[in-house]
Structure formats: C-alpha cells, structure tokens
Design a binder for this molecule. Structure first.
Ligand code: NDP
Length: 300
C-alpha cells in the first residue's frame, strides 16, 4: 500500500489565500492593515533568504511588512531598544527576531523582550506557559502548520496515539502540547529513548523533528500511520552532479511511504506551512489587538 502524500505546498497556498481574504475584509470593514516586523541581525545567508521570503509573502497577503536589518556587531542594548519601539508601535501586530542571533546576544532575553501578544513565533516564555496550560496563546508556526495538516487529514485527533520524536523548544515540545490539547495520547521520544523504533511503531501519528537525515525508516512506521516529517537536512547529491546538494527529511521517504497511511514529503510538506502560519499568527494578533473575532481554522 502506498500512502496519501500530504501536499504542504498546496495546503500552505490555501492558508495564505484564507489569510489574504481576511486581511482584505479587515481593510474594507475596519480600515485596519495587519503589520509584521521582521528583525534580522547580521548576514547569515540562510536567514537572509528566510527574511526575504517572509517579507514577500507578507506583502502578497496584503499586510504591511517592516524589515529591520542590523549589523552583526550591533550592541544587544540597541536591539532591545528596537524591540521596545516595535512593541509600542500600533501599526505593528507581529514581531519576529530571526534566529540565530549573534553570539554576543542573549536570545532568551531578546525573545522575552517582545510583547507576548506580538510574539508571532510563540517563543516568549508567557506563550510557552499559556500553551502548556491549555490557554489561548501565540503558537509556534511549524507545529501549528503540522497540527493544521493533521486536523485536515483526520478530522478529530481525539484518542489517537501520537509520538513526537524530538524535544526542542521550537518544534518537539510545542507539537506535543498541541497534540495533547487535541486529546491525543502523546509520547515524546528523544536521543535517550529506549526501543525508539518500537515506540514509533505504536504511533497513529508520528512526527519527526530530529535533524538527522532519513533516520526514521519504513520499519519504524506502523501500518497506516500518519507521518509528519519536520526535518530539513541538506545532504550531498552526487547523482545530480559534483558538489550538488538536495534536501531530505528526518524520515526515509521511499520506505516510509510503503507503510504509512499518509505522509508529508520533503521538500513540499511542513516547510511551506511555516511561513503561512506566521502570516496566520500575524492576522490573529491583529484581530486580538483590535478586539475582533479570530479567523476560523487559522489558530490552534
Ligand atoms: P534540535 O536539534 O533543537 O532538536 C533535535 C531533537 O532531536 C532533540 O530533542 C534530540 O534529542 C533529538 N534527537 C537527536 N538525535 C536523535 C536520535 N538519534 N534519536 C532520537 N532523537 C534524537 O532540532 P529542531 O527541533 O530545531 O529541528 C528538528 C528538525 O526540524 C531539523 O531538521 C530542522 O532543520 C527542522 N526544522 C524545520 C522547520 C520547518 O519549517 N519545516 C522549522 C524548524 C526546524 P535530545 O534532546 O535528547 O538531544
């Protein structure tokens, strides 16, 4: 049996379309335009690409995009002053500081300086606590994207066995909390987990967020399980020519697709959902800031 391939690219385009529709209505009915501020410190090439894509997609959704590029040597106090300014700016509904920050900056300090209601990455300690206690919060974009695809595929997730491999603060832990909130029975596996293959085989929903290329092979996947591959790993691809690379997930797609009921590919699975959910979070933050109802289906 071959699995249904969950098309994250199409799903993300749909989410962006929904966001754009709501933005257009906000403008027409309330004269409000959601605004996202993205702060980039330094010249990391991957971060520059992410920030460019975020800016383009923000504008395409009809929102305002405010980009702040700071020199790598910027003192931490200057970044904190900029965050304070953005916190106070009523035209800015979402603030994102692109990580990683340079070594001389304390990431926790900077993230926790962002006003929690504008923290569209969902990394502020208040949002982490709110999510952990099942309260309304800003939810980290990548896990939110995974949840949307899972809800779409399964309808209700209640009672399903979910295994999340990886316990990072940005993916594994919030993913597990979201699945728990949707009444899954959740196991978090990590580098010290015993019999991890057996643990994974028991999953109805298997989320891989490990950062190890193709670690999870088909024999780790239970018959008919839904596999969400968060991993993005750049590996050599000599078959494409000398010095060429390709992207692979944490799941060995070709073997897993034979066992799974549904699976996200890499690329074209979870990846495109992350920016789509950033836009959704900015819209949600804007609605909350203005006391307006939140758009259906775009929050956790
Ligand atoms: P981290 O490195 O922060 O965390 C990796 C986790 O995997 C850790 O909890 C670690 O366990 C666990 N792990 C490592 N090796 C093993 C192993 N052999 N067996 C079991 N568990 C293991 O990674 P992130 O969560 O930040 O990212 C995970 C992946 O997702 C990466 O490929 C990243 O590029 C990708 N990613 C994709 C995004 C997207 O938009 N699609 C967004 C964010 C990340 P321990 O804690 O015990 O060390």
């Amino acid at each position: 049996m071959s699995a249904r391939i969950i098309d994250g690219k199409a799903f993300a385009a749909n989410v962006r379309g929904e966001v754009a529709k709501h933005v257009s209505a906000l403008k027409a009915e309330h004269d409000i335009t959601p605004g996202l501020a993205v702060v980039l410190v330094g010249e990391d090439p991957a971060s520059q690409v992410y920030v460019r894509n975020k800016g383009t997609q923000t504008l395409e959704a009809g929102m305002n995009s405010f980009e702040h590029k700071l020199d790598a040597a910027t003192p931490e106090a200057d970044l904190l002053a900029l965050v304070e300014k953005l916190n106070a700016d009523p035209a800015v509904h979402g603030i994102l500081c692109q990580l990683p920050l340079p070594d001389h900056m304390n990431e926790d300090l900077v993230i926790n300086a962002i006003a929690p209601e504008k923290d569209v990455d969902g990394f502020h300690i208040s949002n982490v606590g709110l999510l952990g206690t099942g309260q309304k919060s800003m939810v980290p974009c990548t896990p939110l994207g995974c949840l949307m695809m899972l809800r779409d595929h399964h309808g209700s997730l209640s009672g399903l066995n979910a295994v999340v491999v990886g316990r990072s603060n940005i993916v594994g832990k919030p993913m597990a909390n979201l699945l728990l909130r949707d009444s899954c029975t959740v196991t978090i596996a990590h580098s010290r987990t015993r019999d991890i293959e057996e643990v994974c085989r028991r999953a109805d929903i298997l989320v891989a967020a490990v950062g190890r290329p193709e670690m999870i092979t088909g024999d780790w996947v239970g018959d008919g399980a839904t596999v969400i591959d968060v991993g993005i790993n750049r590996v050599p691809a000599p078959e494409k020519g000398e010095g060429k690379h390709k992207l692979v997930g944490d799941v060995h797609f070709d073997s897993a697709v034979e066992k799974a009921g549904a699976i996200t590919p890499v690329p074209g699975g979870v990846g495109p959902m992350t920016i789509a959910c950033l836009l959704a979070n900015t819209l949600t933050a804007c609605c909350r800031a203005n006391g307006l109802p939140e758009p259906d289906g775009l929050t956790a």
